[in-house]
Design a protein around this ligand. Sequence first.
Ligand SMILES: Cc1cc2nc3c(=O)[nH]c(=O)nc-3n(C[C@H](O)[C@H](O)[C@H](O)COP(=O)(O)OP(=O)(O)OC[C@H]3O[C@@H](n4cnc5c(N)ncnc54)[C@H](O)[C@@H]3O)c2cc1C
Length: 193
Amino acid sequence: MYDVVVVGGGAVGLYLARKFAEKNSSVLLLEKKEKIGQKPCSGLVSSKIFEFINKGEDDFIENEFLKARIWLEGNFFDFNGKALLLNREKLDKYFFEKAKKAGVDIRLKKEVRKIEKYKINTPHYAGSSCALANVTMEGMTATEFSAALWDRYQIFTVAIEHPIVKGVRITPHLSNSIADIERLKSALKELAS
Ligand SMILES: Cc1cc2nc3c(=O)[nH]c(=O)nc-3n(C[C@H](O)[C@H](O)[C@H](O)COP(=O)(O)OP(=O)(O)OC[C@H]3O[C@@H](n4cnc5c(N)ncnc54)[C@H](O)[C@@H]3O)c2cc1C
């Protein structure tokens, strides 16, 4: 279980993943390609790039301009001011190394194909993590979700419709068997389909 899952190891995904990790979140990043940094990109950026990279770590900047003419969706527009030309592959690799160093678990060749409609929220800390979860189902209110679990599968849950917390509270009983848990799993998959 991770606090945050980032899909896509481009510059933005890698940067955000690192920022979450630096705030002590456990972060998983999934990238479908085999390698980081193979992007079609001319590498032209403004000096705002310095908001995202550390001072003195800019050896991927290869040139500077005072004017640039950019062709975008059928039109030219002129950029006046300082523009920089960077090596995009090196930039992505820079963000990759930073993310790795911050503790992001980066997995390559992993494509996200489907995100389940249901979410299981449970605390991570040992004292509270036990078998207690707040479960939500996209497209249903907590009350509708709880009613569907009861009407269709005879699984009893408590719906929480609080301004801050919404979802159904699921707490398996000591007498529940593995088969009961499997039934809950099938019910969640069926309702999400
Ligand atoms: C020809 C060209 C020239 C360009 N020139 C410039 C330029 O000069 N200056 C500029 O600022 N911008 C330029 N751009 C735009 C720039 O490349 C993009 O804005 C930038 O790459 C976006 O970064 P990103 O991290 O958001 O997305 P990306 O770099 O596209 O990264 C997204 C990543 O997500 C991965 N991914 C996607 N779906 C999944 C999935 N389901 N599961 C797992 N992984 C997934 C992809 O493989 C990819 O690595 C150019 C673009 C093109 C096409």
